[in-house]
Design a protein around this ligand. Sequence first.
Ligand SMILES: [Zn+2]
Length: 302
Amino acid sequence: MASYRIGIDLGGTKTEVILLGEGSRELFRKRIPTVRDNYQRTLQDIEGLVLAAENAAESGPLPVGLGIPGTVSRKTGLVKNANSTWLNGQPLQVDLSAKLGRDVKVTNDANCLAVSEAADGAGSEAEFVFAAILGTGCGGGVCYRGRPLAGPNGVGGEWGHNPLPWTHDAQLNARPCYCGRSGCQETFLSGTGISLSYQLATGRSLKAAEIVDLWRQKDATATEVMQAYMDQLARSLAAVINIMDPDVIVLGGGASNISEIYEQVPKILPGYVFGGECDTPIRQAVHGDSSGVRGAAWLNPF
Ligand SMILES: [Zn+2]
C-alpha cells in the first residue's frame, strides 16, 4: 500500500491541509479561512480537511500531524501560548484524536517549520535546526535529528516572548504584548512589529510590506526602521546561538521574504555572539508558506 501522510497547519487566518506521498511528494492541498473564536468549528473544519485529503488519497485512516500557533501542555494536555487565543485551555489533541479515531500528533507551528526544513528544505544536511517564524506573530522551534524538541514545558525554541536583548527599558515598555509582558521579540520582529516600529517613529500606520518598499526607495525613516530591524533580528538570533549554537537557522513567515536579511544579518551577528565569531548560516525556508503544513505531515516520519 502506498504511504501517505496528512499535515494540517492551523493558522490564525487560514487552515491548510496537505497530503504527502512517498518521496514527500505533494498530492493534495486545500486551504480554508480560519473561523476565529469558535473551538467546535475549528475541530469540524480540521476534520473536514482530513476527510478531503483522505478522499484524494482514496485511502484512510491516514496518519495526521497538526501544527498550531501554540503548544500542548504535557502537564494538563491543554493548549497554551496560542495567539489564536480561543484554542487556549482546550484539550485539542484529545478532542481531535477522538473525532478522527486515531492519535493525532500536535506541535507548535514553528516546530513544524523546523521539522519540514530539516526533512527536505534549507536544513536538510543539518542535524540541529533552529527555525523562526517572522509572521503576524513570531515563534521559534527546534528540530534535532528529524524530530521536534518541544521539551517538558512544550516551549523548546520558543523565543518570541523573550524580551529583545541589549535593549533599553523605554524601548521595551513602548511595546506591550498580548502575553502580558512588554518588549517581547515578537513586538519587534514580526510583520506587526515592523509596522509598530514605523508607527512609533512617525505616528503613521503602514503595513510591513509598504515600509519595506519605502526603504528600498531610500526613504529616510523607513531606512532607519529597517536598519534597526536588522540589528534587532541579529540580537535575537545571537541569543539563540549563544544558548544552542544550531547548525543552521531557518526563517519563515512573511517577513522572511525580506531578502536583505540574508545579506545584512550575518554581518551583524558576530558583534553579538559570544567570542565575536559566527558562521551560522541564516537561510530562508525553502518551502516558504508550505513549510508549516509539510512539517505537520512530517510529524509522522516516512
Ligand atoms: Zn509577549
